[in-house]
Design a protein around this ligand. Structure first.
Ligand code: UDP
Ligand code: MG
Length: 318
């Protein structure tokens, strides 16, 4: 009985690269000596892209297509894909050829050595601006300080997961899925494989700085409660400073009298404290909103259709 490998690819309007991606991937898969399946998770793409996915499936019996009911975002698309694969090893990768399919045989080799999670570790970021590189590295550093689990740096979703690692991820019920953190959180033997991350082959990245900022918030709030404690320490600090300043004022007034200055310092203190309080409220709000969303217990996603690999009957669509 041969071992099976599934590749999960989230796809959102990737018409420009999909064909090239699939060719390269299929080339690699045909040589890895396992029963293979490629699951494209359509994350609410436009009609052109969907049609292309179905034409890939019609041509290649190892292709399965999972259609989500709308665009849910990459993290959810990945979770949906993981829910629908049944294989000894599962590879997650992007469709834009930034993750080289040629790395998969090396992932498999490490997996055979007994590693449950084998992740691609980027040694160079080509084609990304200095600003993006800088913000990414700053983010990883902050995350490193704040989070309870060690999240490897310069690592994306590109990785291989063993069957039990997939089962562990699927068992996590949370809606706010900061996948990078979750991969680390589940534990099991893990190993990085270094590679050079290429620039996007074609098409546009869906990332904006606003996305990146929200992604960072997601990561920090799902893996650390430290920001909630900031208010306490800021409070302690400002009270201590206020106490010292008060003592100083008292002594000065006793020694030299009070000529009633102090309007500017007063207004500065009022504004500063107001600002600090608002920031702290905002931080509490970020956590509260997430607690609220989790407490609703909504489904993570809905499926429009699932077209399994090599199943001719579900192949005919209008
Ligand atoms: N993607 C998705 N849903 C989205 C946005 C992106 O499934 O809402 C997919 C996209 O098709 C690609 C992968 O996620 O396969 C990575 O997207 P992108 O290249 O835009 O992200 P970046 O590489 O810039 O982080
Ligand atoms: Mg990309």
């Amino acid at each position: 009985m041969s071992e099976s490998l599934a590749v999960v690819v989230p796809v959102y309007n990737e018409t420009a690269v999909l064909e090239a991606f699939h060719q390269r991937l299929a080339g690699v898969l045909s040589e890895c000596g396992m029963a293979t399946q490629v699951l494209y998770v359509d994350d609410g793409s436009d009609a052109d892209c969907l049609e292309l996915l179905h034409s890939l499936r019609a041509r290649d019996p190892q292709v399965a297509v999972l259609e989500l009911s709308r665009n849910f975002g990459r993290e959810v698309a990945l979770s949906a894909g993981l829910d629908h694969v049944d294989a000894d090893a599962v590879v997650l990768m992007d469709a834009d050829l930034q993750d080289p399919p040629e790395l998969i045989p090396r992932f498999i080799a490490e997996w055979r050595e007994g590693y449950d999670v084998v992740y691609g570790e980027r040694i160079e970021r080509q084609g990304e601006s200095v600003l993006k590189r800088f913000t990414a590295s700053a983010f990883y550093r902050v995350m490193g300080y704040l989070s309870d689990v060690e999240i490897p740096r310069n690592v994306g979703d590109f990785r291989l997961l063993s069957r039990r690692a997939v089962a562990a991820l699927n068992a996590l019920p949370e809606r706010h899925r900061y996948m990078k953190g979750l991969y680390a959180w589940i534990g099991f033997p893990q190993k990085g494989v270094e590679y050079v991350r290429a620039p996007r082959a074609a098409g546009e990245s869906k990332w904006t700085y606003w996305h990146l900022w929200n992604f960072a918030l997601e990561g920090i709030t799902s893996f650390s409660a430290a920001p909630l404690k900031i208010a306490t320490y800021l409070g302690l600090l400002t009270s201590t400073l206020a106490f010292l300043y008060g003592a100083f004022m008292l002594v000065r007034t006793l020694l030299y009298g009070n000529p009633v200055p102090g309007y500017p310092s007063l207004i500065i203190v009022v504004l500063f404290l107001g600002g600090v309080q608002l920031i702290c409220l905002g931080i509490i709000g970020e956590y509260l909103a997430r607690t609220y969303q989790e407490s609703k217990g909504r489904a993570l996603y809905f499926l429009k259709a699932y077209h399994p690999a090599g199943d001719v009957t579900s192949q005919q669509r209008d």
